[in-house]
Design a protein around this ligand. Structure first.
Ligand code: NAD
Length: 423
């Protein structure tokens, strides 16, 4: 497939946006401009070509990246994305956000990200496996439990992590559990990892509802994206009594103002690979979903879906950023003016990396925890981060996004200063 021809979902350069966001944090929190210049760049970016034998005997060459943004607080951590629109700058921005996310959660990790320009939906399982194993071999000297630890992201899952784990381990001559997280349970995965990102988002929404003196059952929610994050968030919110009025995948949205039958939507998606034609629901476009009347809008698909073009039409009073970077900075300003409260990505979707950290710790110790233990520890970390961000927001009279980023960048800046500039 000619990946360069795919129409991208990215309207603005994401790395440019991430850097300008960092500059703004630097100004608000009065950080040393020298440090901001250091943190504006990625420590390392690797580009690899990945030749893959297709099932029909032809050979396709894919392009892959692995980027480490920063390791001041520990080895770098971040997902791997398989998507036709992947670009180096997108991977860099996601790597930078991982640095802030890990710091906000106070995890001993820096930030990284990887990506391969491909459409995994068009690859057979064996093509996907060969591509993953070759990609892993190409970056094998850049990853490792003490160096850089990948995880799933858009288009990758536990199966892909298992191939990365196996390829790395075969080359080292022994099983290296800590090289990757989001592994299946049978090979050292952690209980609770699958739904951890959504669970972290749920804990943030719960903490906010307490601040607002409301109950989850009072909320109506529209969720964009029905993959790991979106589908699990829909399921968890539904279990907590919230009314999920709309869900969507890349092919479109389904809407019922009285509430979607979430278990039926999950089953429908599993059986048919799409949400379209779900019973008792009206069909909408993804753009229409974003503008629905609801209390909470949770974009859980890709970046830059709420922009200056549609921000003024968003009706939700809370936005929960399940995805990374779904709201552009221009849209952010419009929403702030409208009084919309945004649970920012590095706070709202950090549950995944928190339980990835638990998986890494369990793997290194070869000692595994009960699911309740995982969820309780996840709750402790996310709830604490929420409170810290909330207090900073109040103290500084700024947005929850700026407060979260400010806390995180300050922590990374402090680690960088304490370590000193090498040599
Ligand atoms: P996924 O591949 O499991 O699911 C992505 C979903 O988004 C799919 O339902 C897909 O159909 C939908 N989608 C794709 N393009 C879309 C479009 N243009 N409009 C609407 N929907 C679209 O991916 P995921 O792991 O759920 O990740 C989703 C987002 O959450 C990404 O931004 C990712 O970086 C972020 N995230 C994921 C994790 C994790 O643990 N998986 C952790 C933190 C953040």
């Amino acid at each position: 497939m000619s990946t360069a021809e795919a129409a991208s979902h990215l309207r603005e350069n994401p790395f440019g946006l991430a850097k300008s966001q960092l500059r703004r944090v630097g100004e608000i929190f009065e950080l040393d401009p020298n440090l901001i210049r250091v943190l504006s760049q990625c420590k390392k970016a690797v580009e690899v070509s990945i030749p893959v034998a297709k099932d029909d005997g032809s050979i396709e060459v894919y392009l892959g990246y692995r980027v480490t943004h920063n390791i001041a607080r520990g080895p770098s951590k971040g997902g791997i994305r398989y998507h036709p629109d992947v670009t180096l700058d997108e991977v860099k921005s996601l790597a930078m956000w991982m640095t802030w996310k890990c710091a906000l959660m106070n995890l001993p990790f820096g930030g990284a990200k990887g990506g391969v320009i491909c459409d995994p939906k068009t690859l057979s399982a064996s093509e996907l496996e060969r591509m993953t194993r070759r990609y892993t071999s190409e970056i094998i000297n850049d990853i490792g439990p003490e160096r850089d630890i990948p995880a799933p992201d858009v288009g990758t899952d536990g199966r892909v992590m298992a191939w990365i784990f196996d390829t790395y381990s075969m080359n080292k001559g022994h099983s290296v559990l800590g090289v990757v997280t989001g592994k299946p349970l049978s090979i050292g995965g952690s209980l609770g990892r699958e739904e951890a990102t959504a669970r972290g988002a749920l804990y943030c929404i719960q903490a906010l509802s307490v601040k607002n003196g409301e109950r989850l059952a009072d909320y109506s929610v529209a969720i964009q994206g029905f993959g790991n994050v979106g589908a699990n968030l829909a399921r968890l919110l539904h279990l907590e009594g919230a009314k999920v009025v709309a869900v969507s995948d890349s092919r479109g949205a389904v809407y019922n103002p009285n509430g979607i039958d979430v278990p039926a939507a999950v089953a429908h998606k599993q059986e048919r690979g799409t949400l379209l034609e779900l019973a008792n629901a009206e069909q909408l476009t993804n753009d229409e979903l974003l503008e629905l009347p609801c209390d909470i809008l949770a974009p859980c698909g890709l970046e830059q879906v709420i922009t200056e073009d549609n921000a003024s039409r968003v009706q939700a009073k809370i936005i929960c950023e399940g995805a990374n970077g779904p709201v552009t900075p221009t849209a952010d300003a419009v929403l702030e003016d409208k009084g919309v409260l945004i649970l920012p990505d590095i706070l709202a979707n950090a549950g995944g990396v928190v339980v990835s950290y638990f998986e890494w710790v369990q793997g290194l110790q070869e000692y595994f925890w009960r699911e309740e233990e995982v969820n309780a520890k996840l709750h402790d970390i996310v709830a604490r981060a929420f409170q810290e961000a909330w207090q900073t927001k109040e103290r500084r009279d700024t947005s929850l996004r700026m407060a979260s980023y400010g806390l995180a960048v300050q922590r990374v800046a402090e680690a960088t200063t304490t370590r000193g500039l090498y040599p």
